[in-house]
Design a binder for this molecule. Structure first.
Ligand code: FMN
Length: 210
């Protein structure tokens, strides 16, 4: 079987992690780099990956996740958070980054910069949040595949109370809305979910050629 398909069949949404088994530092660096390399609209990267290292905070997140213990038991926990504001100064910083990285004059980026600022300023905070949130789902997809290729397990999770997460993680006044929790680590041998066959539509019911 093709390696990509083999990896995608190997992964599943873990219900029970082995709390004793930790991801190596170098593998964890690869996961962070995968998030950094995620494509985003305009390249603005309007999200932050919060790594929750505190066991105390992670235990508190279990209740805010309707009792789902993966957030406490996995080796590491990412909480992807979306911006609801994009200020002109954020766009200016991005232009500086392009200018520095690609060695282009900032003046030559004026058109691009003004277009982004015009679009962002015309949107409500809710619209910006919805748009930024979509970026986090792209990051999720990429991270899940990266994990699978390293034989690291993960659970994509939106089953939590964002307001409670915000309070527990102290994010309320930081322009960061929790969107996705992604515990990563290693499956527990008692997690029976790993033995279930993949439930997916037939290809002809999912893909249409017109
Ligand atoms: C955006 C998203 C949110 C999800 N939220 C949860 C969750 O909160 N808890 C959970 O156990 N699984 C969650 N899942 C896992 C799905 O139920 C699972 O991916 C789906 O049933 C397909 O199964 P598989 O991933 O094991 O192939 C979520 C999946 C996605 C993509």
């Amino acid at each position: 079987m093709n390696k990509v398909i083999e990896d995608l069949n190997w992964r599943y949404a873990v219900k029970k992690f082995n709390a004793e088994k930790k991801i190596s530092n170098s593998d964890f660096d690869t996961l962070k780099e995968s998030l950094r390399l995620t494509p985003t609209s305009y390249g603005l990267q309007s999200f932050t990956g919060v790594v929750v290292a505190s066991d105390i905070l992670r235990e508190k997140l279990v209740e805010a996740s309707y009792g789902q213990r993966q957030v406490a038991d996995a080796s590491h926990l990412f909480v992807l958070c979306s911006y609801s504001k994009i200020k002109d100064t954020d766009v200016d910083s991005y232009m500086q980054l392009i200018s520095h990285t690609r060695n282009v004059r900032i003046k030559n980026l004026d058109g691009f910069s003004n277009r982004i600022k015009g679009e962002m300023n015309a949107r409500s905070e809710q619209e910006i949040l919805n748009w930024s949130t979509r970026q986090t789902y792209i990051a999720l997809g990429q991270l899940l595949h990266t994990c699978a290729s390293l034989r690291i397990d993960a659970t994509p999770m939106e089953g939590f109370d964002p307001a409670k997460y915000s309070e527990i993680l102290g994010l309320s006044d930081k322009n960061l809305t929790p969107t996705l929790a992604i515990p990563v680590g290693y499956r527990h041998e008692e997690d029976i979910t790993q033995h279930g066959a993949k439930v997916r539509k037939h290809l002809d019911d999912l893909i249409q050629t017109i």
